[in-house]
Design a protein around this ligand. Sequence first.
Ligand SMILES: [Fe+2]
Ligand SMILES: [Fe+2]
Length: 155
Amino acid sequence: MDILKLLEEDHKRIVQKINRLPGSLLKARQNLDALLSLSEDLEKELSRHEKIEDLVFFPVLQGKVSDQSLQSLIDEHNESKKVRDLFMTAIAEIKSLGDTSPPEKIKEMSGHGYKLMRILSTHFTREDQLLFPIAKSMLTKEQSEDLWKQTQAYL
Ligand SMILES: [Fe+2]
Ligand SMILES: [Fe+2]
């Protein structure tokens, strides 16, 4: 295994989960627990994935990719985290209100879910199509081995 393979596999797995979001959002009232567990699962996956990128993967690309590109990817991680927090807080609020939760609350919560989908779709595309190919062409075998060693701390 190497870091690029791990990150690419993460993307595929996370996209599969993200694709279940619209259906789960539509059934939020009938099955809030399913939405809650999907959102918790996504949070766990994304926070680990972003940590590996921010702390291990992006630093090695400094100088190979413009600072601006790296910074905007880091900004997108922060934005994604902010929206995930709002999303999960809204779900918890609806759970505590139970059957009395007003439709606007559900709508607001769904809005966060859809926003998260949009952020991740752009973000993953940029990483898959721009960043990963650059990394693939520049990383030496030694660098890959070193990155993989560093990654272990987050697995
Ligand atoms: Fe990322
Ligand atoms: Fe990523």
